[in-house]
Design a protein around this ligand. Structure first.
Ligand code: ZN
Ligand code: ZN
Length: 397
């Protein structure tokens, strides 16, 4: 694209200035501030007192605004994967605003289109337009004029959501920037009255728990739209680009299991296996135990297993063939039995997936033993692949 053809009129100036400005300040002013503070003598007039409190505030805000997005905007409002009482709604709306990712109303409208048209041109953060576009580009400039919002009628009937939508910038600025500064100020006033420079602690709280935290939480969210459509595993479906990434889950309160999420978007869990890191799921479950959330939606294990079996049967034959093709003549003969067995297993997996899907459709119970047996078949598939992978490494050496 020639520069003179760049659609300048499509630039979102306010959003761009905010995103680029906060990121720039976090990379320049924040480290400079930390460095100069570190080198100041204890009794200097502009020395910050109460760093422990400032960092605790950072951690609190990181989690509160992060859960505002993952638990609130995403799993509650976009997907209605559970119901929540008003204190939970109010909390996620206040701290969701303080993450500066738009109002819940607008965020959900975009997100519902993302699920409906994933990887297509209508997808607001379509990964086929590249990493940069899916990560942040779509916010900096709009390729097309925004379409009227019609897919969040349910949210428009919720007065709390609409109140946040109307005042989101004010709520965000107050909760996200002003409150940390006030808390920093109050802390220094109470615990370090002898220095009489509480304004410095207020400034530190603003820079660390306000500014820096905003950038960290936003980049985490953006990684879901970019990295989780590029790197990771696809155990549940290869019909779309979404992937499961444990590493991204660590940064995003459990949202990294994105392949599962795109396949079963109404499940309140994203990390569905017991060992997966999904603190958003743990909080929703814990809140349900004290009556603050209810009607947690779960996809039955048999349907999840059917998806896994189908996907494995689809990929097993293909992976075995490509691995076998890379073996030299002698190793291929040695492994002929494994190759045949793997192909038979792929057929078997497809048959079992079909049977499970039928059972799920008629709501028939699936015995625990059957599920254990099916899990065994999936492990068997993995071990065949491992045998050939080793043979491949051996023949390459
Ligand atoms: Zn996605
Ligand atoms: Zn989603």
């Amino acid at each position: 694209m020639k520069f003179k053809n760049f659609p300048i009129y499509r630039i979102e100036w306010v959003t761009s200035a905010f995103l680029i400005g906060t990121a720039f300040l976090s990379l320049t002013v924040v480290p400079w501030f930390l460095w100069t503070q570190f080198n100041l003598p204890v009794d200097a007039a502009n020395k910050v007192h109460g760093w422990g409190f400032v960092w605790a505030l950072f951690v609190f805000y990181y989690y509160a605004t992060g859960f505002g997005i993952t638990l609130g905007y995403h799993r509650l409002f976009s997907h209605i994967s559970f119901k929540a009482k008003w204190p939970v709604k109010l909390f996620v709306l206040l701290f969701g605003a303080a993450s500066f990712e738009n109002s819940a109303h607008d965020w959900c409208a975009d997100h519902r289109i993302h699920h409906k048209h994933v990887d297509e041109d209508e997808d607001p953060y379509d990964i086929s337009k590249g990493f940069f576009y899916a990560h942040i580009g779509w916010l900096l400039f709009r390729l097309k004029p925004p379409a009227p919002i019609t897919n969040v009628k349910d949210l428009e009937a919720d007065p709390l959501v609409m109140w946040q939508h109307r005042y989101v910038q004010w709520i965000g600025a107050f909760v996200g920037f002003v409150v940390p500064a006030i808390l920093g100020y109050a802390y220094a006033k109470i615990f370090y009255p002898e220095y009489d420079n509480a304004g410095m602690t207020a400034l530190a709280a603003f820079l660390i728990a306000g500014l820096l935290r905003t950038v960290v939480v936003q980049q985490g969210t953006f990684c879901i739209n970019s990295l989780c459509h590029m790197i990771g595993r696809q155990p549940y479906s290869t019909d779309h680009s979404a992937r499961d990434s444990g590493a991204v889950a660590l940064l995003t309160f459990g949202e990294g299991y994105h392949n599962y999420h795109h396949e079963f978007q109404h499940d309140y869990r994203n990390g569905v296996k017991p060992w997966q890191f999904d603190p958003t799921k743990w909080i929703i479950w814990t809140l349900s135990k004290v009556g603050l959330t209810e009607d947690l939606r779960r996809v039955p294990d048999s349907r999840i297993m059917a998806a896994e079996l189908k996907e494995k049967s689809r990929t097993l034959g293909r992976d075995i063939d490509s691995l076998a093709a890379r073996l030299d003549e002698r190793s291929r003969e040695l492994k002929a039995k494994t190759i045949t067995a793997a192909h038979e297993l792929a057929t078997e997996l497809a048959r079992r997936a079909e049977a499970l899907k039928e059972a799920a459709a008629t709501k028939a119970d699936v015995a625990h033993e059957t599920m254990v047996e099916l899990r065994g078949l999936l492990n068997q598939a993995a071990s065949y692949l491992e045998v050939l992978r080793r043979a491949d490494a051996g023949s390459a050496a």
